[in-house]
Design a protein around this ligand. Sequence first.
Ligand code: B4P
Length: 190
Amino acid sequence: MTNLILFGPPGSGKGTQAAGLIDKYQLVHISTGDLFRYEMGNNTPLGLKAKAYMAEGRLVPDEVTIGMLRNKVEAHPEASGFIFDGFPRTIPQAEALDQLLAGMNTGISGLIALEVDEEEIVKRILKRGESSGRPDDNDEAIIRKRIDVYKNETSPVFDFYAASGKSHSIPGVGSVADIFDRLCATIDGL
Ligand code: B4P
């Protein structure tokens, strides 16, 4: 199995790039952000739980996120691998993911981080906010809060996988096609 973590700050292009990668590598795409937005859109108990955290730019609690991820992975016994997009975002999430995959006799093949500086991220997300309808996209203070959360809670996940030589990073600025080529070159070299 090939199991990839697409990593990087909010708005770094994880979702954008995942769309091309799933086609090329035939992997199941799991975006925890998309899953939460789907649950919120349907006003499910899970969606209602996630709503306040997301609107404030905070992370949804680990126990909620890990349970949702586990259900999604277990729903795809036929998968030849997964692209995890926006997960794991904390060390406990990374530990839970490793445990889940070990139970399936597999593991993470590699983590690839998209590097984009803070001002470019703010610009991109505010632009997306003009049409996304996402409350976490159109308030600069909330966007900067999301970036702080990434620095403090999420970036240690890069070092967690670097300890076993699995973390890689590539520049996430430039055309979507050029970044896609960089990603594929990294994946093909794993
Ligand atoms: P996510 O849905 O993961 O949102 P994101 O980080 O903003 O998206 P991404 O990096 O995928 O950016 P995109 O491609 O869209 O998370 C949202 C919230 O959900 C979190 O804040 C948190 O509250 C919650 N959450 C999710 N997962 C969680 C977890 N595991 N634990 C706890 N809470 C969790 O790109 C952004 C914009 O840039 C787009 O408009 C795109 O068109 C543009 N863009 C992309 N590539 C570009 C390029 N090369 N040049 C210019 N613009 C580009």
